[in-house]
Design a protein. Structure first.
Lengths: 189, 70
């Protein structure tokens, strides 16, 4: 089960009225390397991975949902007060026709989220390598998003999220190292 | 069990419906190196063809019966 804290993991401040940015940020909401895909991937892989990695997948999978909330907050703030004309000018007319200003799980090109973005292979090494790749791809996405805005406050939140990917990748690589060790081998400190 | 296999235990509850199954995963030898060092010992040409690699240290056998529960 989960316990919910009614605050964001890291503050999200949007200082510039730039609805167009929301169209790009949505990539991290419902895109292939986005936070939803990450959360679902890790929390699902937990069941069939050796015990010593389950906790890590739970922790990181949970944190990804906290990131999803941050992205949602950015998108919401950028679109909630935009007029229909502004939304059309921002390229949001397709989204508006289907969803009004509601958020939806699709990528920046409008493709709906699909579970085919993620995999659970059952082989611990294969699954962890997918996780490492996913973190590096999410890091790259954050870089391109930071490149596309000059709003320093939103950049600040995006830089936080990018750094989390850097750390998660390392944790997954450490997990691979743990799984390589022989069970009989006792660590001597 | 082959050196590449890692047996492991998963929690088994007294209330689980099926008897526990032995579990193991494989760690192929490519995981043990970042880059290949030069001068590794080699198979004879025919054996290399049969094994799919020129280097015994990179050969990963995969025999399903080794895997738990098969
Ligand atoms: Fe992540």
């Amino acid at each position: 089960m989960w316990i919910y804290e009614k605050k964001l993991q890291y503050p999200v401040k949007v200082s510039k009225c730039d609805p167009k940015l929301a169209k790009f940020l949505i990539e991290q909401y419902g895109g292939a390397d986005g936070e939803l895909a990450a959360a679902l991937r890790y929390l699902n892989q937990r069941y069939t991975i050796p015990d010593k990695v389950i906790g890590l997948l739970t922790d990181i999978g949970t944190e990804e949902f906290a990131h999803l909330e941050m992205i949602a907050t950015m998108v919401y703030k950028l679109t909630k007060d935009a007029s229909v004309e502004q939304l059309k000018a921002a390229g949001f007319e397709g989204h508006f026709a289907d969803h009004d200003r509601a958020l939806f799980y699709h990528n920046a090109a409008g493709n709906p989220f699909t579970v085919t973005y993620i995999q659970a292979k059952g082989d611990p090494i294969a699954d962890l390598y997918e996780d490492i790749a996913a973190e590096e791809k999410a890091r790259a996405t954050y870089q391109w998003l930071i490149d596309m805005t000059d709003d320093v406050d939103i950049q600040d939140s995006l830089k936080f999220l990018r750094e989390r990917e850097v750390i998660h990748s390392l944790r997954f690589r450490e997990a691979v190292e743990m799984l390589k060790e022989y069970q009989e081998q006792k660590k001597v400190f | 069990m082959d050196r590449q296999w890692r047996p492991y235990d998963a929690y088994h509850s007294p209330l689980d419906p099926c008897p526990p199954r032995p579990k193991a995963y494989i760690v192929p030898p490519n995981q043990m190196m970042v880059t290949q060092s030069p001068g590794m010992k080699q198979y004879a040409p025919f054996d290399a063809l049969k094994h799919g690699t020129l280097w015994p240290d990179l050969y990963s056998p995969y025999d399903p019966p080794t895997r738990g529960g098969r």
